[in-house]
Design a protein around this ligand. Structure first.
Ligand code: SIN
Length: 507
């Protein structure tokens, strides 16, 4: 077993993790910072984000107040207003930093930032890089962080659990790229592990989004909140049996696309006066209800009436992907379906990203800051990630002198070979259970799915005993546990755990 040390350990290399490393390094080039990525450095939700970042930029037409109001309305009354105000007013400063770090954003003919429109926004305020904003941010930030002398990046590192000593987090344990059991002890550990879309049968999230941070924090006893608020994106391309559904960015609806049922009606207006530009929860529910009414597996997105050359320039990724898959969007309708897209709840954190466990922090999608309420406003997530990375960096720097790294005995975990297919069966079955209706149809249905998942969880534990003896085993267990947490949170109070159940972090 290897025992490593670092000052600050960051688990996850999306926008949250990378920008945190950059802020920390700028403030103290002598700190040792270690960044862990589960597979390759760029495999994360940020990479696939198409839309952009919501920022008030045109202060003549727009205002912080309007962005705040839109966020609160989308979140259905359960956002934390102070957090909303803070994040939105910090946005222009954080945007300038991204631009300084080399991120290129689209400009209009006057040379000003081109501001796109997405559902739930009362003004055009989405800054973007065509329909590849996440890819642009991720690639530019990787270049920046790779050049920082005090940052060590370790890819293909699977963290199984956080390590606890006297109720404090002292690092993590897991498997390195050679499957060697490795502990990394740190003064502060930051979970920036992203979301949990892979819990569901249809998701826009990549295969790495398996709720690892949430499950690790849960097992360590950290407080979680609002886990039932899983946002379904209304317009993923309907491609049966794909583990990651291709997203058709909401910006395309902002550009004028229509959603049609099989009778070629723009039915979303029957559900909400804003039609296709209502918030995501409303549009996803409208589509799901319409699919049930029509007994269909998808509805349609229609862009045929739009200016095709402009469309190609603005949305090359969507245009090309559809074209390569036999859909010429200038002539054909695009089959779409809602897909699990974003985890609005997560590990409870304060304004500095601190969790309920000392020396354990969480930023980005795995955290719950209070910004999103029950339904995230489009393009507020990259914004939240960078604002919290910035704020927690300041706090972490101030903490460093106050924390001593004590020598503690770390009980190793053991690597075990597994039959991959046996584990995969559990993952497939879980995804089969977890659909839009599992959360949103009715309590009776959710209760039934919860019971099936709980039963499956028991079988899993009986069969495999030590979930932490292999990365794929642990990842599958993380999916199952995250599903249980989500479902339980959807059910009436009697199902909910009073305090989280602690499990041994190491065995
Ligand atoms: C999209 O481009 O529609 C996704 C952006 C987001 O999730 O905010």
């Amino acid at each position: 077993m290897q025992n490593l040390e670092t000052d600050i350990l960051i688990v996850g290399t999306g926008l949250a993790g990378l920008s945190l490393a950059k802020y920390l390094s700028e403030q103290n080039p002598n700190l040792q910072i270690t960044l862990l990525s589960k597979t390759s450095i760029d495999e994360c939700n940020t990479y696939y984000a198409q839309g952009g970042i919501a920022v008030v930029h045109d202060f003549i037409k727009d205002s912080y107040q309007q962005h705040i109001q839109d966020t609160l309305l989308a979140g259905k009354g359960i956002c934390d207003k102070k957090v909303v105000e803070h994040v939105i007013t910090e946005a222009p400063a954080r945007l300038q930093e991204l631009i300084q770090w080399g991120v290129e954003l689209d400009k209009n003919n006057s040379g000003e930032l081109d501001l796109g429109l997405e559902g739930g926004h009362s003004q055009n305020r989405i800054v973007h890089h065509k329909d590849k904003t996440g890819l642009e941010i991720e690639t530019k930030l990787i270049q920046v962080v790779q050049n920082l002398a005090n940052v060590t990046i370790r890819t293909s590192f699977f963290a199984t659990d956080v390590l606890l000593d006297n109720q404090k987090c002292i690092g993590i344990i897991g498997f390195d790229e050679k499957s060697e059991v490795t502990s990394i002890v740190a003064k502060a550990t930051v979970l920036a592990t992203g979301g949990s879309g892979q819990v569901f049968s249809v998701t826009s999230n990549p295969f790495v989004s398996t709720g690892d941070g949430v499950a690790m924090a849960y097992r360590a006893g950290a407080k979680l909140e609002k886990m039932k608020h899983i946002q379904f994106h209304p317009t993923a391309l309907y491609e049966p049996n794909k583990s990651q559904a291709f997203l058709i960015t909401e910006a395309i609806r902002g550009f004028g696309a229509h959603i049609l049922n099989h009778k070629m009606e723009r039915f979303v207006f029957e559900y909400h006066p804003d039609g296709e530009l209502a918030t995501r929860d409303i549009v996803s529910k409208a589509i799901s209800d319409e699919m049930k009414k029509e007994h269909s597996k998808h509805v349609w997105l229609d862009v045929r009436h739009l200016q095709i050359e402009t469309f190609k320039t603005k949305f090359p990724k969507v245009y090309n992907y559809c074209f390569e898959n036999g859909i010429d969007v200038s002539k054909d309708l695009i089959p779409i379906t809602p897909a699990a897209h974003y985890q609005c709840g997560g590990i409870v954190v304060n304004e500095m990203g601190a969790t309920s466990i000392k020396q354990l922090f969480a930023i980005g999608e795995c955290s719950h800051t209070g910004l999103h309420g029950s339904n995230r406003l489009a393009s507020n997530s990259l914004l939240e990630a960078i604002v919290y990375a910035h704020d927690s960096a300041n706090h972490l720097i101030s903490l460093m002198d106050t924390i001593k790294m004590n020598k503690v005995e770390i009980i190793p975990i053991r690597y075990k070979n597994i039959h991959h297919d046996e584990v995969l069966q559990f993952k497939n079955q879980l995804q089969h259970f977890m659909k839009y209706d599992s959360l949103y149809a009715n309590t009776k249905n959710t209760e039934k799915v919860y019971e099936m998942v709980t039963e499956m969880s028991k079988r899993f534990k009986m069969k495999f005993k030590n979930y932490n003896s292999h990365p794929f085993l642990c990842e599958t267990y993380n999916l199952i546990q995250t599903a249980e947490i989500i479902l339980k949170d959807c059910l009436p109070k009697r199902y909910r755990v009073k305090s989280v159940k602690k499990e041994k972090t190491i065995s």
